[in-house]
Design a protein around this ligand. Structure first.
Ligand SMILES: O=C(O)CCC(=O)C(=O)O
Length: 272
């Protein structure tokens, strides 16, 4: 299986619309890949909090349209990263009066929406995304012909229980778009490898390059195999990271080193 991770440079010198056009064209250039992955919130930047409201779009907005077409033009599965999604509080109310979500979109090679995932763990503690956006509540997997994707977004990477939930739902390839900051790059690489080893799954983690809202981005998108080996890692700048991998390695690893079968669930709390 061939996957291309598009580590996009997100900076304020380029408008959202020109970046959308440029990214669509980069996706088209990946024809021949099985799966293409984009980063988190690449239209605005994950730290451009002031733009979340002004650039938020309904699920089927301009980014959805552009990415659905790019996926079908290229004939690839496309994890189109995430958008700031604008919602309505109920079907009868004015459009856009509901919470915003950090929503990932996955398209099939015919350009149909295969899945949407609302980021569960919002970043920022008591500010930023954590207060500006609503929290997703549902795990999402996507069945491709070669593998089952389990999707998560950026800060989710720090929460192993989410990934165990995805594995229990059948995930074999964990896809994580991000806008991870340079300051915590060591955590990014370490956590990507940890999630791969503990879940005996491939990890495809795609970050952004450049600096937006004063936050230099880590880049260093990474692909890790179920044994924890780094198959490929990008540098700091904009880059297309292409990797060939054998999805069958998940079953082989889980069979030959069956640690997942030794899980003990529902442990009792310590007695005081
Ligand atoms: O957990 C981190 O260090 C980065 C998380 C983040 O930047 C995000 O979720 O947008």
């Amino acid at each position: 299986m061939r996957a291309s991770l598009l580590q996009i440079d997100v900076n304020e010198g380029e408008s959202v619309e020109s970046r959308r056009v440029r990214v669509a064209s980069l996706v088209r250039e990946q024809a021949g890949a099985d799966l293409v992955v984009l980063p988190e919130l690449w239209t605005t930047g994950a730290f451009a909090y002031e733009e979340f409201g002004s650039e938020a779009e309904p699920l089927e907005g301009p980014t959805y349209e552009a990415m659905a077409k790019a996926a079908s033009d290229a004939g690839v599965w496309l994890h189109a990263g995430s958008i700031p999604e604008r919602t309505s509080s109920d079907s009868g109310s004015a459009a856009g009066d509901g919470p915003l979500y950090n929503t990932s979109l996955v398209f099939s090679p015919s350009g149909d929406l295969a899945a949407a995932y609302r980021k569960i763990h919002r970043f920022g503690f008591d500010k930023g995304e954590a207060v500006l956006m609503g929290a997703g509540e549902e795990l999402v997997t996507v069945r491709l012909p070669e593998t089952v994707l389990g999707v998560a977004t950026c800060y989710d990477l720090r929460f192993p229980e989410l990934f165990r939930g995805l594995v229990d739902a059948g995930a074999e390839t964990l896809v994580i778009p991000a806008g991870w900051p340079e300051r915590r790059r060591a955590h990014w690489t370490l956590l990507a490898q940890a999630r791969a080893v503990e879940n005996q799954a491939f990890v495809l983690a795609c970050g952004t390059a450049g600096t937006h809202a004063g936050v230099p981005q880590a880049g260093h998108s990474i692909v890790v195999d179920p044994w924890g080996e780094v198959l490929a890692q990008a540098g700091a700048g904009e880059q297309v990271l292409t990797v060939e991998f054998d999805p069958g390695k998940v079953a082989v690893t889980r069979d030959q080193f069956p640690a997942l079968k030794d899980r003990v669930l529902g442990l009792a709390a310590p007695r005081r």
